[in-house]
Design a protein around this ligand. Structure first.
Ligand code: IDP
Length: 149
């Protein structure tokens, strides 16, 4: 089953949005298989965002993402990578994200856009492995699974 890495950024944690965001993915029908509240080290931030190294916003991005705890999660389900990006808002800039999405409803500015989500299966694998040990990923069935496939 497809897996993705989602992370509520420090602004989302500070603004008490963890419960609401977890609820959206639960209610959509996705399965939470790992989560933790953690503070990202500078090294992990730079590795996670390596593709942006050298861009003008890179240093601010690293400072922001390490500025307080994040809530890191792994979710599982049908087409969860693309669908969670849609639920986040599709766009990086909350000003461009549709109302009804996470960034569209709660984000205001580009550099505080509440949530991160993997954008491909390669980045999902990479990011899950960066943030979680394999043993932290739970494998379990729910009776509701049959209603979601
Ligand atoms: P994504 O989070 O929608 O996948 P990416 O292009 O991977 O967007 O960028 C990673 C993060 O870097 C964004 O979520 C945002 O916080 C930050 N970012 C991207 N572009 C800019 C920018 O032009 N100015 C400030 N921050 C940016």
């Amino acid at each position: 089953m497809e897996k993705t890495f989602l992370m509520i950024k420090p602004d989302g944690v500070q603004r008490n949005l963890i419960g609401m965001i977890v609820s959206r993915f639960e209610q959509k029908g996705y399965k939470l298989i790992a989560s933790k509240l953690m503070t990202i080290t500078e090294h992990l931030a730079k590795t996670h965002y390596a593709e942006h190294d050298g861009k003008p916003f890179f240093n601010d991005l690293v400072s922001f993402i390490t500025s307080g705890p994040v809530f890191a999660m792994v979710w599982e389900g049908e087409n969860v990578i693309d669908m969670s990006r849609k639920m986040m808002g599709g766009k990086t800039n909350p000003q461009e994200a549709e109302i009804g999405t996470i960034r569209g409803d709660y984000g205001v500015v580009m550099h505080r856009n509440i949530i991160h989500g993997s954008d491909s299966s390669e980045s999902a694998d990479r990011e899950i492995n960066l943030f979680f040990d394999h043993a932290e990923l739970q494998q379990y069935n729910k009776n509701i699974d049959n209603w979601l496939s």
